[in-house]
Design a protein around this ligand. Structure first.
Ligand SMILES: [Zn+2]
Ligand SMILES: [Zn+2]
Length: 280
């Protein structure tokens, strides 16, 4: 932002990041928009962070898992404090213990270790997030980062690097800023954890992954992200616990591809934090 814009913005009355209304919006949101937000609340899956409350019944059903793949839960069990395959634990609300995983995670354990989001991406948060992404509302960064800090509270004690999911060069030129980079930088200031903005490189643009099946999504992001040896050395990635930062968790395929690239280059653990996540 150039100086005169900053001056102008300071003189203008605050504008709600959700509906755009001008007025008394102390937290960059008017009261109506604020009350429409749905924050992710426990209990949720220890791995992907999806709230059990919003999980479609078939995902909680004991029949959901079809055992077509052997999931390697050993590594994850350490992180979650002994996650087991006891799905019955989170069925009928019996015991929402810390290490309980959802059906989809039991079936295909994601390449990232944990995912946490501040908000549910729905009618209440969509406009707010789109304005942030495309509407030049970079002034919303501190508030969003504070929510993400809260959502990722289990991460900060042990994390060693904050890494944004990169935009492709052409998108960066169009938008002028990478919102994930702004959020990761803000989280780095809040936590003191090192910020590694250019650790991951986006080698090519990917199509929208919405509506694609699991296999097609994976194909689409295959090889789209890379971590060079030089950067891995520079940021001391070997054995690092990385927190990957993105705006919205949609299918998880992008985060998965980034996590794979980071782990191939030496990361020991990759956790994801986003502003919001879509409903399944
Ligand atoms: Zn509003
Ligand atoms: Zn899960």
């Amino acid at each position: 932002m150039v100086a005169w814009q900053a001056v102008l913005r300071g003189l203008l009355p605050a504008r709600c990041g959700g509906c755009g209304a001008i007025g008394d919006v102390p937290h960059a949101l008017c009261a109506d928009c604020w009350s429409a937000l749905h924050f992710v609340a426990a209990p949720f899956c220890a791995c992907c962070g999806y709230p059990f409350e919003l999980m479609p019944p078939e995902m909680l059903s004991p029949d959901y898992e079809d055992n077509d793949e052997e999931s390697d839960l050993n590594h994850h069990a350490d992180i979650f404090g002994g996650a087991t395959k006891a799905r019955s634990q989170h069925f009928n609300g019996v015991d929402y213990g810390k290490g309980v995983l959802c059906g989809p995670c039991l079936r295909h354990i994601p390449p990232y270790d944990r995912a946490r989001a501040a908000l549910i991406y729905d009618d209440g948060s969509r406009d707010y997030i789109l304005r942030y992404k495309h509407g030049d509302r970079t002034d919303l960064t501190p508030l969003l980062a504070r929510w993400m800090w809260q959502a990722g509270q289990d991460y900060w004690e042990n994390a060693s690097l904050l890494v944004p999911v990169p935009l492709h060069r052409s998108r960066l030129l169009m938008r002028r800023y990478n919102q994930s980079g702004l959020l990761a930088a803000a989280l780095s200031r809040q936590t003191g954890i090192a910020f590694a903005p250019d650790l991951i490189t986006r080698k090519r643009k990917t199509r929208s992954l919405a509506g694609l099946g699991r296999a097609s999504r994976q194909r689409e992001v295959q090889g789209a992200f890379a971590v060079s040896d030089r950067r891995a050395t520079h940021y001391r990635l070997d054995g690092a616990k990385v927190v990957l930062v993105d705006d919205v968790l949609t299918t998880g395929a992008t985060a998965a591809a980034c996590a794979r690239a980071l782990k191939r280059a030496g990361a020991m653990q990759v956790d994801l934090v986003t502003i919001a996540r879509v409903k399944r």
